[in-house]
Write a protein that binds this ligand. Structure first.
Ligand SMILES: Nc1ncnc2c1ncn2[C@@H]1O[C@H](COP(=O)(O)OP(=O)(O)OP(=O)(O)O)[C@@H](O)[C@H]1O
Length: 374
């Protein structure tokens, strides 16, 4: 059994991240030579991605999703922590060995227009990576690989001689996917792969990613702010807040039974197709702005905005991710919130149905004071 097979669960773990931190220095002074602090973009993340699965990463803008994705591929050097890929520790790997590993881990980006060189035609874009990694031999055999890759992403052969601006947004994203795929990767980090596309095109690209995964056994880390896209595509979803994971669960479970207050708030904003359910749903509004990652709150980072925050533990003690019924949750009070023992204490509820008979008292209850248990 190789090292990457987890001894307890028997899972084939392709990626394992341990206590990963990425802190960017904040520079001041005429020559920007003074470090006055650090942006803690990623601040102690642990996660595992099983081979052949899709791990979805969600959270507000600026919470560190892209930095985590880039640090996982060592495109942004981590400040500390470990990242192992197929049992190989990447953070301490010599540059030439890392280069060899990179072929197996590729990235696709949000905006295909800005990630593709407008002066290169598609053949040149796809050849570049092959040449850099010494794959494919002579021009003809490279062309064969490239043509097969175009077929896989649903682009015609004539695309080879065309330039990025000659394609639609959806087609350009297919070129971006082809560029990653041509190297035969096992892991693809997709950073907002459909958010720059028209809604009508998004489904096509999501379906293509699905198909490629089925056919090629790919493993994905999909970073997205669109919760519906993430639910559709992911096996496991991780929710990030201010550089840390606050909850991680199998996709359906996270959406039907969110446990962390932040996840509850995010999920309460996802529209439900059934109008009856939609009308009766409560919205949990998150108070205030996202604090600065240069100066995150003490204890639980969410406590300054959490409708359930309790003195003084939430401000004093950083909650660890812990298992609760198949989810991993970083909240001291997750069980009490789930059982209704602990109630919200801030005015943070919006009810979409008209006030009237049959209301659920737990939804329209008057705000209680911090610390009160009902
Ligand atoms: N190279 C960098 N130097 C300094 N700060 C950075 C750098 N890259 C990102 N940051 C900061 O790190 C924090 C996390 O950024 P990141 O882009 O990872 O978040 P995100 O969740 O992906 O957001 P978005 O969805 O808007 O891309 C932000 O405060 C950002 O300004």
């Amino acid at each position: 059994m190789s090292e990457r097979i987890d001894r307890l669960s028997g899972e084939d773990v392709l990626v394992e991240v341990r206590d990963l931190k990425v802190h960017f220095p904040i520079k001041r002074g005429v020559l920007f030579d003074r470090t006055v602090g650090h942006v803690k973009a990623v601040d102690g993340v642990d996660l595992r991605i099983t081979r052949g699965q899709t791990y979805g990463l969600v959270g507000e803008s600026g919470c560190g999703k892209s930095t985590l994705g880039r640090a996982l591929l060592q495109l942004t050097p981590p400040t500390s922590g470990e990242v192992s890929f197929d049992g190989v520790e990447l953070t301490t790997l010599a540059p030439n060995k890392l280069r060899t590993m990179r072929r197996r881990m590729q990235m696709i980006f949000q905006d295909p227009m800005s990630s593709l060189d407008p002066r290169q035609n598609v053949e040149s874009i796809l050849t570049e990576g092959l040449q850099a990694h010494g794959i494919g031999g002579d021009r003809n055999s490279r062309r064969k690989i490239i043509s097969e890759t175009l077929d896989q992403v649903g682009l015609p052969r004539w695309a080879l001689s065309r330039y990025p601006h000659e394609f639609s947004g959806g087609q350009r994203q297919r070129i971006g996917i082809a560029r990653a795929l041509v190297l035969g990767p096992e892991l693809i980090v997709a950073d907002e792969p459909v958010s720059a596309l028209d809604v009508s095109i998004q489904a096509q690209v999501v379906n293509l990613l699905d198909e490629l995964q089925d056919n090629l056994g790919l493993t994905y880390l999909v970073i997205a702010h669109d919760l519906a896209v993430v639910r559709h595509i992911s096996d496991t979803v991780g929710v990030m807040y201010l550089g840390a994971l606050v909850e991680e669960a199998p996709s359906d479970r996270l959406y039907t039974e969110p446990l962390h207050p932040y996840t509850r708030a995010l999920m309460s904003a996802v529209p439900v197709p059934d109008p009856d359910v939609e009308d009766r749903r409560e919205r949990i509004l998150i108070a205030g702005d996202l604090p600065s990652p240069a100066n995150p709150p003490s204890g639980c980072r969410f406590h300054t905005r959490c409708p359930w925050a309790q003195p003084t533990r939430c401000a004093d003690e950083r909650p660890e991710l812990r298992d609760i019924g198949g989810s991993r949750v970083a909240c001291h009070w997750a069980e009490q919130i789930a059982s209704g023992e602990l109630r919200r204490h801030k005015v943070s509820v919006e009810i979409t149905r008209p006030a009237g008979e049959g209301e659920d008292p737990s939804v329209v209850s008057a705000p209680t004071e911090p610390g009160s248990f009902v």
